[in-house]
Design a protein around this ligand. Structure first.
Ligand code: ASP
Length: 350
């Protein structure tokens, strides 16, 4: 009897104290670019952030548990506000991401980035990095060391999505405020609301709630592995500018050294008659004109009923890409071709 009791006690203590076999952690390459997500708070009340000196360290400051979610390799590529990001930064980042996804020891890549232009970087990576591995961007509206920052939660959510098998082959994703959004549809629609990073009206892809990753849909536009572009062949991109249309006019166009011009037109990409003549001349001089809309998320098509005849003028319509995203696609497209028909097909499929 005594022997049996001893055996039972031993078994119970074994069950209690033996650490359960840990599932193998996935390995993430985490690249920091700067922005509020790795920023420190200048003072608690003003909401103003400043860049931290060691951005990667700021991410785990006081939240060491983050390191239990995955085996994370940190790399600080830049530490700049995202309004400073230019094509040279995109190219360097995309090459870095490309290197990581081609490393068999890396399962996924996360990029922390300022939210102001995060959508442009996300779309550039979506167009140029050939992989099925998850690539996730995240940012924060309130600096990492703000008393009620969204930085840690967004990072934890990004890690959870990045390590989830359902995130494979979905293209570049943005994770923020509990939502999973495709790089094709992400847009910053507010400046200080925690919900600032939103999807176009086509909708978010899914939710992340604690350990639950719940995908509902995916973008079927060509992305990453299926894209017609590849960062391996890109070392420089042609200059493309954006001109903003308003009642009766168009902002000044920088005519030199550009290879393309995206017009943020009124309504369905419309442009006042006086400036249309100028755009026709540019197109004749091989500066590709792309018509988008200043109406957020609204698609521009070259339909029979369009007020501007794109087929005749050799203009291209931007579908529902914002002017800033149409600029990204036009840069990448012009890197490959100057044929308006080919560029048109890229705008339909990507
Ligand atoms: N200006 C900052 C940036 O985009 C703001 C932010 O991170 O949200 O880098």
């Amino acid at each position: 009897m005594l022997l049996r009791l001893c055996l039972a006690v031993c078994l119970v203590s074994l069950c209690l104290y033996q650490t359960p076999l840990q599932a193998e952690l996935k390995t993430i390459q985490l690249i920091t670019m700067g922005g509020a997500i790795t920023g420190t708070q200048k003072d608690a009340l003003s909401g103003k952030f400043k860049l931290s000196s060691r951005s990667a360290e700021t991410l785990v400051a006081g939240n060491i548990e983050i390191l239990e979610l995955a085996d994370i390799k940190f790399k600080e590529l830049y530490n700049i506000p995202s309004q400073e990001i230019q094509q040279k930064h995109w190219i360097k980042l995309a090459k870095e991401v490309d290197k990581a996804v081609n490393d068999i020891t890396i399962d996924a890549v996360i990029i922390t980035h300022g939210t102001d232009t995060l959508e442009e970087t996300a779309y550039f990576l979506n167009l140029t990095v050939k992989t099925k591995k998850p690539i996730i961007l995240t940012g924060a509206i309130r600096a990492a060391l703000h008393p009620s920052s969204d930085s840690t939660q967004n990072l934890i959510d990004a890690i959870r999505v990045a390590t989830h098998n359902d995130a494979i082959n979905k293209g570049v994703l943005v994770v923020a405020n509990g939502k999973i959004i495709s790089a094709r549809h992400i847009q910053k629609n507010h400046n200080h609301s925690l919900d600032a990073l939103e999807s176009s009206e086509l909708g978010i892809l899914g939710y992340v709630h604690n350990e639950i990753i719940d995908f509902h849909q995916a973008s079927i536009k060509k992305h990453t592995y299926y894209s017609d572009f590849d960062i391996k062949t890109i070392s420089e991109l042609p200059n493309v500018d954006i001109a903003y249309a308003y009642s009766g006019g168009l902002s000044n166009i920088k005519k030199t050294a550009i290879k393309g011009l995206v017009v943020a037109g009124v309504g369905s990409g419309n442009i006042p008659m006086t400036t249309l003549k100028e755009l026709k001349k540019l197109q004749k001089n091989n500066i590709q004109i792309v018509r988008s809309s200043r109406n957020v998320g609204a698609p521009v098509y070259s339909s029979k009923g369009s007020e501007i005849n794109d087929a005749y003028l050799n203009f291209v319509s931007a579908n529902n890409l914002s002017p800033q995203k149409a600029r990204v696609l036009l840069m990448v497209a012009l890197h490959k071709t100057s044929d308006p028909n080919k560029i048109r097909s890229y705008f339909k499929t990507h």
